[in-house]
Design a protein around this ligand. Structure first.
Ligand SMILES: Nc1ncnc2c1ncn2[C@@H]1O[C@H](COP(=O)(O)OP(=O)(O)OP(=O)(O)O)[C@@H](O)[C@H]1O
Length: 238
């Protein structure tokens, strides 16, 4: 079973302390809803776990993965897949973007082909396959990025505000793919201000507050209270 652990972490930008925590880990078969106000550091935390950012102090380590290629200096890179809220897509068609990940998959060619055609169906990308990715709407971009991740069947996946641009239909399509990955054992960290269909899949909650991160069972009274407070605040602010 693979796992990424973060120990004795302090994260600062200049003199500003973002947070400090003793220990957090994300493993296969673990689903976590990451909550916190705007600017509390959710994206930064995901980037730390994905090896895209380095903590000011402390140690982040990957366990149980196959060893990195010799040329990769940062052993965390490539372990957990991180999907930004405005996903990065390559210049080219939707088909090009979907096929781009094939060399990085630890699956057989036949399995990749099957998964690619299933992903096109599940994300309803068929009519968009020849369209330039740059011309997709925000929700379509998210659907493509999640379909691309689904093909890879990552061991760990981090979704940063995945439903922020999506209508109900897109949310349902993505829910099917993410539920399927959960069934296959992908560990997931999902950041979202509000509870949504995806966060209802999560069994744990990490709450960023007052420069600390509190981990609880998602069904615990404290996690529910925090979620309720956040939603009330969100409704009031809008
Ligand atoms: N490279 C950087 N240099 C300086 N400050 C940064 C840097 N990256 C992020 N920050 C600041 O750190 C804070 C946390 O940013 P982050 O994007 O992690 O927050 P977030 O919780 O994901 O926010 P949101 O909910 O708005 O997406 C923000 O105040 C941001 O401006």
């Amino acid at each position: 079973m693979v796992k990424v652990t973060a120990n004795n972490i302090e994260m600062r930008f200049g003199s500003r302390l973002l947070y400090r925590f003793d220990s957090l880990s994300i493993a296969q078969q673990q689903t976590v809803h990451l909550q916190g106000d705007n600017g509390s550091g959710k994206t930064t935390l995901m980037k730390l776990f994905a090896g895209l950012q380095t903590p000011t102090s402390g140690r982040i380590q990957a366990h149980g993965f196959s060893s990195s290629p010799w040329w990769r200096r940062n052993p965390l890179l490539g372990k957990a897949v991180y999907l930004h809220q405005h996903p990065y897509l390559f210049d080219g068609s939707v088909a090009y973007n979907l096929n781009y990940v094939q060399p990085f998959c630890e699956l057989s060619t036949q399995e990749i082909r099957q998964r690619t055609s299933s992903a096109i169906e599940m994300a309803q990308l068929g009519p968009l396959m020849q369209q330039q990715a740059a011309s997709l709407s925000g929700g379509e971009r998210q659907r493509l990025a999640i379909a691309r991740a689904w093909v890879m069947r990552p061991k760990l996946l981090m979704l940063d505000e995945p439903t922020s641009n999506m209508d109900i239909l897109s949310q349902q399509l993505v829910l099917t793919m993410i539920s399927d990955l959960k069934t296959q054992g992908t560990g997931m960290l999902i950041s979202s201000h509000q509870s949504c269909s995806l966060t209802s899949l999560c069994e744990q909650s990490w709450q960023i507050e007052q420069q600390q991160i509190m981990a609880t069972d998602a069904a615990s009274p404290i996690a529910r209270l925090n979620q309720h407070k956040r939603e009330l605040h969100y409704v009031t602010a809008n």
